[in-house]
Design a protein around this ligand. Structure first.
Ligand SMILES: [Zn+2]
Length: 348
């Protein structure tokens, strides 16, 4: 079978490898991928900046945003059924969080991740998947099931925002999302599904991103973060870019009692910020700033719920490019009009 592989730490090592078919062990399903989403993490791995192969191996099988069809079932999964796949596996110790199935909150960093950290991913024509980490996808969701993993990241972020918001005297009503890529748009979708007034800030002035925002009934902004935030006065900010100016701006221009969720990862960048003024802004307004990463099973299930509720035409706007497996490296190239790019597997 053919597989997307890379040598972590070595740029330009990505290739389509020929590997023996995997054999499922007890408790594992054998699944045939249909679509595999790619994201910034995959790009970092093929550029040599991230990722870790399985112990004793040079190459890592890439890919973690899976939609697949079960070929060999078990544990309640039937052949033919659609599944998505959880990415992280609990650490072996396990820490208090992993012991409770909250591996997204792992305390010791010894977790592993399929396609990212010490475990092979899902970018191959056949893949084994532990049944305990498979997520049933209803047939009606079809192709859009490939959005489950990125949606799970936002389901977790929104769950945490809601937990923090319980300390407030009144409901949070206005949300500003920074970044109009797939993560930002899914954050906006979930804000709209909660009945909030949603604003999205991105650099594009036209094209699929503003169109997708307007189609949600949300407002789109392409201006400066400080000006937009001053105008919107958000009481929730979901920062999805990791861009230094936006991170700093997101924390500094909010309504009192605001919750700022940082969900983007940045490449290192120096920015001069008046930390005293930032401190005073946070202290004097009782703001909360928190980071959020990854997702556990509950969040994957919430993600499926959100995607089922969403307008399929709107979800269709998010998948802007499908690249066949043979040319998978092209999926990682950035095009201006891209939102979510997926690798498409031929049906056998
Ligand atoms: Zn842990």
């Amino acid at each position: 079978m053919r597989a997307m592989t890379v040598i972590p730490g070595r740029p330009d090592s990505a290739e389509l490898s020929e590997l023996p078919n995997p054999q499922p062990k007890d408790g594992e399903l054998l699944v045939e991928p249909l679509y595999l989403g790619v994201c910034g993490t995959d790009r970092e791995i093929i550029e040599g900046g991230h990722g870790e192969p399985p112990p004793g191996r040079e190459r890592l099988l890439l890919g973690h945003e899976l939609l697949a069809r079960v070929k060999q079932g078990g544990a309640g999964f039937e052949p033919g059924q659609l599944v998505a796949a959880i990415v992280r596996r609990p650490d072996p110790v396990p820490c208090a969080c992993c012991a409770q199935g909250e591996w997204d909150m792992c305390r010791n960093g010894q977790y592993t991740e399929r396609g990212i950290k010490a475990l092979d991913g899902y970018g191959a024509e056949l893949v084994t998947l532990e049944a305990d980490f498979a997520v049933p996808i209803p047939d009606e969701l079809g192709t859009f099931g490939v959005l489950t993993e990125p949606s799970s990241i936002l389901a977790k972020a929104w769950e945490q925002i809601e937990r923090i918001s319980r300390r407030a005297c009144s409901a949070h009503e206005r949300v500003l999302v920074t970044g109009g890529g797939p993560i930002g748009l899914l954050a906006a979708l979930m804000g709209a599904q909660r009945g909030l007034e949603v604003h999205v800030l991105d650099r594009s002035t036209e094209g699929p991103k503003p169109e997708a925002v307007h189609a949600l009934g949300a407002q789109y902004h392409a201006g400066d973060i400080a000006e937009v935030a001053e105008e919107v006065q958000p009481d929730v900010v979901v920062e999805c870019t990791g861009v230094a100016e936006l991170v700093a701006g997101a924390m500094q221009h909010t309504a009192p009692g605001a919750i700022v969720c940082l969900a983007g990862v940045a490449s290192s960048r120096t920015l001069s910020v008046d930390v005293g003024a930032l401190n005073n802004e946070l202290v004097l307004e009782n703001d909360v700033v928190f980071g959020s990463v990854n997702a556990n099973r509950r969040h994957f299930e919430q993600a499926v719920g959100s995607l089922r509720e969403a307008d399929p035409d709107w979800l269709g706007r998010l998948i802007t490019r499908k690249v066949p497996l043979e040319r998978w490296a092209e999926a990682l190239q950035k095009h201006d009009e891209d939102i979510k790019v997926v690798v498409e597997f031929a049906q056998r």
